[in-house]
Write a protein that binds this ligand. Structure first.
Ligand code: SF4
Ligand code: FES
Length: 238
């Protein structure tokens, strides 16, 4: 292991450029550790985003050597090539500055996909319980661990070609709620994900599933949505 890592970091907005820094190598060093070292020791004007540092908040995703990754759980040993790293903001999103992508359209698409839980009970009702070991609970749990990191969205070729496409994360969220027996708005949600900019646009390239750091399969969820949309259309519910 060489003592120094050469790191190219994107600086500026969409028309910015890479700047190179030298960062000391350390044991068990993550890409987020490298970016933090640059900001704290070499260039305090570097903008980047993180919160939890333990793979829970989803805020630290960046493009590392060309691929989207969560940086707090990505070890330098795994991704450095000949002692070199390149770090840039996530693709398929506007750049605010340096390593910070603007996540607004990403989360606006969750809202467009009806990604909010809407139960059918009132405050006066008891909780609706889904038994932990039940099939209904297993279905709802399958895609629920999404941390909203945007890695799948940045990896998606369909989003790159069609910026109006809802994308894998919003559709994965819609699929989770379609499978939640307590949610009361599935007809509305299926209408929201039925269009050409939604589930039908997915070409099953599997990039989202290959890159998701939580090992989720948005591709499988989108396929499930396509089936649910078809069944609802045949029943005349859309
Ligand atoms: S589905 Fe995976 S890659 Fe996509 S936002 Fe959720 S956790 Fe991140
Ligand atoms: S800093 Fe929270 S997931 Fe990386």
């Amino acid at each position: 292991m060489s003592a120094v890592l050469k790191v190219r970091v994107w600086r500026g907005g969409a028309r910015g450029a890479y700047r190179e820094y030298e960062v000391p190598r350390r044991e068990s060093q993550t890409v987020l550790d490298v970016v933090t070292h640059i900001q704290r020791a070499l260039d305090p004007t570097l903008a980047y985003r993180y919160a939890c540092r333990v793979g829970m908040c989803g805020s630290c995703a960046m493009t590392v050597n060309g691929a989207p990754r969560w940086t707090c759980r990505t070890h330098v040993d795994k991704v450095a090539q000949d002692g070199r790293l390149s770090v840039a903001p996530l693709k398929n999103l506007p750049v605010i500055r340096d390593l910070v992508a603007d996540m607004r359209e990403f989360f606006d698409k969750w809202a467009r996909a009806q990604g909010q839980f809407k139960g059918g009970r009132t405050r006066a009702d008891d909780f609706e319980r889904i038994a932990p070991g039940s099939e209904a609970r297993r279905r709802a749990d399958a895609a629920i661990e999404c941390i909203g990191c945007g890695v799948c969205y940045a990896a998606c070729d369909v989003v790159a070609a069609n910026p109006g496409y809802l994308g894998p994360a919003a559709l994965n969220r819609a699929w989770t709620l379609v499978n939640d027996a307590r949610d009361a708005t599935n007809a509305e949600r299926l209408r929201a994900v039925a269009g050409d900019d939604a589930s039908l646009a997915c070409h099953t390239h599997l990039s989202c599933t290959e890159r998701c750091p939580k090992a989720l399969s948005p591709t499988a969820g989108i396929a499930g949505l396509k089936r649910a949309v078809s069944r609802a259309a045949l029943r005349g519910e859309l």
